[in-house]
Design a protein around this ligand. Structure first.
Ligand SMILES: Nc1ncnc2c1ncn2[C@@H]1O[C@H](COP(=O)(O)OP(=O)(O)OP(=O)(O)O)[C@@H](O)[C@H]1O
Length: 305
């Protein structure tokens, strides 16, 4: 049985079609990462998977259960740490954790809380009111709350945003431990290195559909190569105009001109025919960062490559 199955899921907000037919399988015991630009629909999909929202069309199965028909049973199997933490600022971290442990029917609450607090480095401030916490402290408490009660699927929506590098690594370790214990982790992140380091599979969401899916290595191998052109300072606009005049598509990535492989040869000929000084004309390494930018800039046209 799959941990999560999504078929043909659509979600509209009024006239805005956010999800336009999502198909996705997430295996039990894996870390799956959903990547996409701001506003691509990641939280919208997570809300549907975690029973907080209903799709307009399509079906979802969570450990074989339908979140609409079996909402209560699904909620017992999952946990969600949302981007906007639902912590009560007047209570201490300890009180917040106790409350969740109680709600989830955890038996040995003291041990569960102490263990998690130690692993997430919360112990020194656990008895302070949450409203006195820094952003990173809140984030870690929020994650501890989502891990209490041993859920089968842990949804982590940008868990490391605002967390310092040391605690970020601790959190990575923890995510791996959850996976190694046979649980499923559904992750979103703004950090491509995090997706690369942690994920068994990655899905890119763009324009309402999953345009790329695979292991980090598969995705990196499958990407069409891009080329970066760097010209002498002050000559970039001239270079851009020359390319535009020749009808060659390009994008600007970190102030340089980026070309897809099919355009590279023609573009080089066009630029060489001008008086522009070309300082660099290189094939790009296909890391996740450049793939992400390509997906967004090219409107997902790399989908099947
Ligand atoms: N309840 C809602 N009513 C109307 N529009 C909504 C609602 N929820 C989300 N949207 C819109 O749906 C789109 C997708 O939003 P969503 O929060 O799912 O994106 P996201 O990929 O999680 O973005 P981010 O990376 O910024 O968190 C956005 O255009 C957003 O404004």
């Amino acid at each position: 049985m799959k941990a999560i199955t999504v078929r043909g899921v659509r979600k509209d907000f009024g006239k805005l079609a956010v999800l336009k037919g999502i198909d996705l399988d997430v295996e039990q015991g894996e870390v799956f990462t959903l990547l996409g630009a701001n506003g691509a629909g990641k939280s919208t999909l997570i809300n549907i998977l975690t029973t907080l929202s209903r799709p307009n069309h399509g079906t979802v199965s969570i450990m074989g259960l339908d979140p609409i028909q079996d909402g209560n049973r699904v909620r017992k199997l999952i946990s969600l740490n949302a981007q906007t933490a639902t912590l009560d600022g007047e209570f201490s971290g300890m009180e917040n954790l106790r409350l969740v442990a109680q709600l989830r029917g955890v038996k040995d609450r003291k041990t569960a809380i102490t263990t998690l607090a130690e692993r997430l480095d919360l112990t020194s401030f656990l008895n302070r009111q949450v409203k006195t916490y820094s952003g990173g402290m809140r984030r870690r408490l929020d994650i501890a709350m989502s891990l209490i009660g041993n859920p089968q699927i842990v949804f982590l929506d940008e868990p490391t945003t605002g967390v310092d590098p040391q605690n970020r690594l601790a959190l990575w370790q923890m995510i791996r431990e959850i996976r190694d214990a046979g649980k499923t982790v559904f992750l979103t992140t703004q950090y491509l290195d995090e997706a690369d380091a942690l994920s068994d599979h990655i899905g890119f969401i763009h324009d309402g559909v999953i345009v790329k899916y695979g292991t980090p290595n598969e995705i990196k191998q499958r990407v069409i190569t891009t080329y970066t052109v760097q010209v002498k300072s002050g000559e970039q606009k001239v270079a851009e105009n020359a390319l535009a005049m020749a009808g060659i598509d390009y994008t600007i990535v970190e102030h340089n001109i980026s070309l897809s492989a099919v355009n590279a040869k023609k573009a080089l000929a066009v630029l060489l025919a001008t008086s522009i000084t070309i300082e660099r004309f290189d094939r790009d390494e296909s890391d996740l960062e450049s793939i992400f930018l390509n997906v967004i800039n090219q409107g997902g046209s790399y989908a099947n490559n």
